[in-house]
Design a binder for this molecule. Structure first.
Ligand SMILES: [Zn+2]
Length: 270
C-alpha cells in the first residue's frame, strides 16, 4: 500500500514514527504550522520554528524515503494576540520560496473570535497575493458548524478559489457544506476526538470520495501516526475495492497538493 499523510505534526514525533509510517507505506506527508502547546513569546520564535519545518524535518523524513512538505502561518489560538500575529505574518514571505513550502496553513478559527477572524483574513490575503494553496483548521472548542461557515465566507470574500483550499477536521455535520461550496475536505482520524477511522469510512460511504482526504494530524497529544493505514484496513474489512482506498489515501491528496508546483513524490512513486 502507498499513502500520503497530508497533515502530520512531525516536530512532535520521534524518528521511530517516521520509520513506522514508512513501513506502513507512507511516501509523502505535509506538516502545517500549529500551536506548540504554549503561546510563543515573540515572532523570532516563529522564525526558528519555520526554519525547523523547512530545513530539519525534510531531511529527517528523507532518511526513510518520505517526501516532507510544509505550510506556514500563526495558528488561530495565538492569533488572538493581533500584534504578535502581524509580526509573524511579516516573516512568512521570507520562507515562501523554500522548496518544500506548499502554502499557508493551518489557519482558521479556534474560538470564533473577532481577532481570530481578522488574522484569518490577513492570512488569506497573503495566500492570494502569493498564489499559495491554503490549509484550514476548523474549531473543536466552540461551534464547529458556525466556525466553518465563517471561514468559508472569509475565503470567498478574500477571492481565493475554493478548489485551492482544504478545509480540515470536517465531521458529519460540516462535510456536505464544505464539499457543496467547491472546497476540498479533510477528515482527521483521532483515537478519541474528531473522527475515528470507522466514522471516516462511514462518511466516504455516505458522501463519496470526491475531494475528500484523510490524515492523522499526529502531534504531541493523543494521536496516532498510523491512523491513515488503519483507516485503509477498515475499508478493506468492509470489502471496499483497493482502487477506492488508493484514491482516498493517495490519489486525492496527490491531486490537491499537485496544484502547487513544489509538491513532489519520491522517485519511482507514481
Ligand atoms: Zn494540525
Amino acid at each position: 500500500m502507498r499513502y500520503i499523510d497530508p497533515h502530520a505534526h512531525m516536530i512532535s514525533r520521534t524518528t521511530d514514527d517516521y520509520e513506522r509510517m514508512a513501513l506502513a507505506g507512507c511516501v509523502a506527508m505535509t506538516e502545517p504550522a500549529f500551536w506548540a502547546g504554549f503561546d510563543r513569546s515573540s515572532a523570532a520564535g516563529f522564525r526558528d520554528y519555520f526554519r525547523h519545518l523547512t530545513e530539519f524535518e525534510p531531511r529527517r523524513a528523507a532518511r526513510y524515503g518520505i517526501r516532507h512538505h510544509t505550510w506556514l502561518c500563526i495558528n488561530p489560538k495565538e492569533s488572538e494576540d493581533v500584534g504578535l500575529a502581524r509580526a509573524v505574518l511579516a516573516i512568512i514571505p521570507e520562507f515562501l520560496g523554500a522548496p518544500s513550502v506548499l502554502g499557508i496553513g493551518e489557519i482558521g478559527l479556534n474560538k470564533n473570535t473577532r481577532n481570530e477572524l481578522t488574522i484569518l483574513e490577513e492570512h488569506l490575503a497573503l495566500a492570494k497575493k502569493h498564489g499559495q494553496l491554503v490549509l484550514v483548521h476548523t474549531p473543536h472548542l466552540e461551534d464547529k458548524l458556525k466556525g466553518t461557515r465563517l471561514i468559508l465566507d472569509a475565503v470567498r470574500a478574500a477571492g481565493v478559489e475554493p478548489g485551492r483550499v482544504l478545509i480540515d477536521h470536517v465531521e458529519e455535520h460540516t462535510v456536505r457544506l464544505v464539499l457543496d461550496r467547491g472546497f476540498w475536505a479533510g477528515m482527521t482520524l483521532y483515537p478519541q476526538t474528531k473522527c475515528t477511522p470507522q466514522r471516516a469510512v462511514d462518511i466516504i460511504e455516505c458522501y463519496g470520495a470526491e475531494r475528500l482526504w484523510m490524515n492523522s494530524a499526529c502531534d504531541w497529544g493523543e494521536s496516532d501516526p498510523l491512523a491513515v493505514p488503519k483507516a485503509a484496513m477498515e475499508f478493506r474489512r468492509r470489502g471496499h475495492a483497493p482502487d477506492l482506498i488508493d484514491r482516498v489515501v493517495f490519489r486525492n491528496p496527490k491531486s490537491f497538493l499537485s496544484q502547487s508546483p513544489k509538491f513532489s513524490l519520491p522517485p519511482g512513486v507514481e
